[in-house]
Design a protein around this ligand. Structure first.
Ligand code: NAD
Length: 273
């Protein structure tokens, strides 16, 4: 089960571990949602650009637990930034999922070259105040982007979802988040498996009797991050949630810290549009 919950800076809370729906085929999404909830997950990470919000909604309606027990995130895509577009995009996501409100709405990327993330953020603040979304946050924001929206609106995002794995440990952003009460949420948390064979991961896996993936997910949890691995297989979903019955030692955490190489698998938020 998802044992840990993280407090949010708006007074709410979210499960620490969830699963993501990027690249999950639309026709499989409802089944993956049902399998995930059956495995014990209570946090689901979606996005308009994933093209499977309708399947997410279908899964929520057939999952067999009350809707209010599952925390649902979705995101505004880059070409819908700006005051009017964002408002329409959020309404369209709610309609596709088939819910009156989602738990968390994120700006997917800052897209600094578009120059619209501040207006987008102000629109999310208004939509939150109107009750269309319960909590609001961002994704792929750099320190400079966070400083801008906080400085201009005084509203601190509850969460920043960023690429984070052993080869990209995001120390500067995690420090900023900690100082401002922002949850760090890790995307591509398994880092495309590139650290599975690294000595500190193998040693911790051998010592604890867990898989490399479970060691890495446990590392995210012990850093205090929220983490949203993706698996479409029921067995993979079950493996990735089975990380609350062991702990990495301080020495193991320190050894994994040495794997940071500042190496992205995805786009650079400074230039991605
Ligand atoms: P991930 O780190 O979760 O890895 C997924 C890959 O690892 C898949 O190929 C899967 O089959 C494999 N895998 C899963 N469990 C495994 C296990 N136990 N052992 C071995 N292999 C395993 O990567 P991801 O899907 O890129 O990221 C997770 C989620 O983060 C996405 O689904 C999405 O919701 C979110 N995300 C967000 C952004 C963003 O810009 N905000 C970008 C990418 C991903």
């Amino acid at each position: 089960m998802t044992k840990e919950w993280l407090p949010l800076n708006d007074g709410r809370a979210m499960p620490q571990l969830g699963f993501g729906l990027w690249q999950v085929p639309a026709h499989e999404t409802a089944r993956v949602v049902r399998d995930g909830v059956a495995a014990g997950y209570r946090l689901i990470d979606g996005a308009a650009i994933y093209g499977n919000e309708a399947g997410l909604g279908e899964g929520l309606r057939s999952m067999g637990v009350p809707r209010d027990q599952v925390f649902v995130t979705t995101k505004v895509w880059n070409d819908r930034q700006g005051t009017d577009d964002t408002r329409r995009a959020v309404e369209e996501s709610l309609a596709r999922i088939g819910v009156p409100q989602v738990d968390l709405m994120l700006i997917h990327w800052p897209c600094p070259e578009r120059g619209r993330f501040l207006d987008t953020w102000k629109t999310l603040v208004a939509l939150r105040d109107e009750g269309r979304v319960a909590s609001i946050g961002v994704s792929n924001f750099r320190v400079v982007d966070l400083e801008r929206i906080i400085g201009e609106t005084g509203v601190v995002p509850v969460l920043n979802q960023i690429e984070l794995h052993p080869r990209l440990q995001q120390v500067e952003l995690r420090d900023f988040h900690a100082r401002h009460g922002i949850v760090t949420q890790s995307w591509t948390p398994l880092g495309q498996g590139k650290s599975f064979d690294a000595a500190p991961i193998r040693a911790a896996a051998a010592r604890s009797g867990k898989s490399p993936a479970q060691v890495i997910l446990r590392w995210h949890v012990q850093l205090g991050c929220s983490v949203i691995p993706r698996s479409t297989r029921a067995a993979g979903l079950a493996e990735n949630i089975d990380i609350f019955d062991f702990a990495l030692t301080e020495a193991e955490m320190a050894a994994i810290a040495t794997l940071d190489a500042g190496e992205r698998t995805g786009p650079d938020p400074a230039t991605f549009t």
